[in-house]
Write a protein that binds this ligand. Structure first.
Ligand SMILES: [Zn+2]
Length: 52
């Protein structure tokens, strides 16, 4: 299995400043929050963010 490290791989720690990210984060149901689709290209649904 190839490394599918998302560009925003971070620990969901509570020390992250909330100002850097939107308060509402929903995992993209299209790519599974990886930001990449099944072909390994940027997910169109979330624009590669992994959240929508
Ligand atoms: Zn997506």
């Amino acid at each position: 299995m190839p490394p599918d490290t998302p560009p925003t791989a971070q620990h969901d720690g509570e020390q992250e400043p909330p100002a850097l990210i939107a308060p509402k984060r929903w995992r993209c149901c299209d790519c599974g929050a990886t930001g990449l689709d099944s072909h390994g290209i940027t997910c169109k649904s979330c624009d590669g963010l992994g959240f929508c």
